[in-house]
Design a protein. Structure first.
Length: 116
């Protein structure tokens, strides 16, 4: 049987830590070296992005994340438009060896309100 994107997201979320916006902000504020990775496509990030985020679209994550997060101990928060791609990306980052990864599973508008 074929898996849907929803199936893949549900599986990923069993292996990662999903957080709401308030928790994400607390984690970010408490970790000076924390990185927010926007995994939306570049055109979406160009239209509107968080002031402190780095855009690495999910399709390029494995090839580019080491450039901005060279340490496995870097605290990474992933976000997208609604939480699905952020969850898949967080799972990939865990598989790559990053120890402290969180997926912000909220609509982009809510994330933008809190993070600016």
């Amino acid at each position: 049987m074929l898996k849907t994107a929803g199936d893949m997201i549900q599986e990923a979320q069993q292996h990662i830590e999903c957080v709401d916006v308030a928790t994400a902000k607390r984690i970010y504020d408490e970790n000076a070296d924390a990185v927010i990775v926007d995994v939306r496509e570049t055109h979406s990030a160009n239209e509107s992005k968080l002031s402190n985020s780095i855009n690495i679209s999910r399709g390029l994550l494995e090839m580019q994340v080491h450039k901005v997060c060279p340490e496995a101990t870097t605290v990474i928060l992933t976000h997208c438009g609604g939480g699905g791609r952020a969850s898949l990306a967080a799972h990939t980052l865990k598989q790559l060896g990053y120890a402290e990864v969180y997926a912000i599973t909220a609509p982009f508008e809510e994330i933008k309100e809190v993070f600016g």
